[in-house]
Design a protein around this ligand. Structure first.
Ligand code: PMP
Length: 289
């Protein structure tokens, strides 16, 4: 079952107008929220980011006052199962095609639930491959926009080289992955690109920083050069669906020893422990700003 504009229905019964501005202009925003045993993880932080994205594109929140939480919980009940990822999207709705906002249009709200694959245990031994590509995106990558053409092209390039992610470089600096944030480790220090318009403020990024700092790990949010990236002992990707993923090959060359590193192991362990604590029961969810 999916959710579309107030109704819960099978996906083949759900349809959207070709005049929808999401279809015509990519005029919309989205979120992806992981759910474990029916409990959404870091939901408040995702909803907070959704509100920021909506406000950045000047689209009034179509489901204020707990509406999102209730709808997503009901959708999860309609799609029972262990680990799930919840996708939601809001567009500026259907209107005659004109770039400027329509005067009065109801937003289109869509949500669906998909199985969330657990991290392949082989990854802990081998890690994954990534490539680096120029970051060709726009100047507001902090908005979680559905307009993802540059990300799609970068990820396709990675797929064609049997890599799981494309790591984006802009003006000699690391920004993030096509669908993830990037961390590097050198001499025991963890670094990730500082927040700003060039990257998405990842919910997993913030949570990993929080659990590592709680364990007194030195973590820095600062510019990372291409040279830093290539000299890293470890590279990790973080996202709501990837958790913390070790990159052991970049552009065909080994990262550090070519095996997942000890700091990654610690980060994933801390992340998992904190996640289990946060999703164990109702009301235990950790709140993030
Ligand atoms: N950056 C980009 C461009 C992304 O698409 C994603 C995943 N949606 C992330 C970072 C990671 O964000 P999160 O941890 O909130 O899933």
């Amino acid at each position: 079952m999916v959710y579309l504009n107030g109704a819960y229905l099978p996906p083949e019964k759900a349809s959207i107008s070709p005049m929808d501005r999401g279809f015509l202009f990519g005029d919309g925003v989205y979120e992806v929220i992981p759910s474990y045993d029916g409990q959404m993880f870091l939901l408040d932080a995702h909803l907070e980011r959704l509100r920021r994205s909506l406000s950045a594109i000047r689209l009034p929140d179509p489901m204020p006052d707990g509406g999102w939480r209730a709808m997503l919980q009901r959708l999860l009940q309609e799609n029972p199962g262990a680990d799930r990822s919840v996708y939601l999207q809001v567009t500026r709705g259907k209107a005659a095609r004109d770039h400027a906002f329509p005067a009065q249009t109801a937003a289109t709200v869509f949500a669906m639930v998909s199985p969330l694959a657990a991290q392949d245990p082989a990854v802990a031994e081998t890690g994954v491959s990534a490539i680096s590509v120029p970051d060709q995106r726009w100047g507001r990558c902090d908005i979680k926009s559905v307009a993802l053409l540059a990300n799609v092209l970068a990820r396709q390039q990675a797929a064609e080289q049997a890599a799981v992610e494309a790591i984006l470089l802009r003006d000699g600096l690391l920004t993030e992955g096509a669908a993830s944030n990037v961390f590097v480790v050198r001499d025991g220090v963890v670094r990730t690109t500082a927040l700003g318009p060039a990257i998405l403020p990842g919910i997993t990024r913030a949570f990993v920083l929080e659990v590592l700092r709680a364990g007194r790990q030195d973590c820095r949010e600062e510019p990372i050069t291409e040279a830093d990236l290539r000299a890293a002992d470890e590279i990790w990707l973080t996202s709501s669906t990837k958790e913390v993923l070790p990159v052991t090959r970049l552009d065909g060359r080994p990262v550090g020893t070519g095996r997942p590193g000890p700091v990654w192991r610690k980060a994933l362990e801390r992340y998992r422990q904190a996640r289990v604590r946060a999703t164990r029961g109702p009301g235990l969810e950790i709140h993030h700003g």
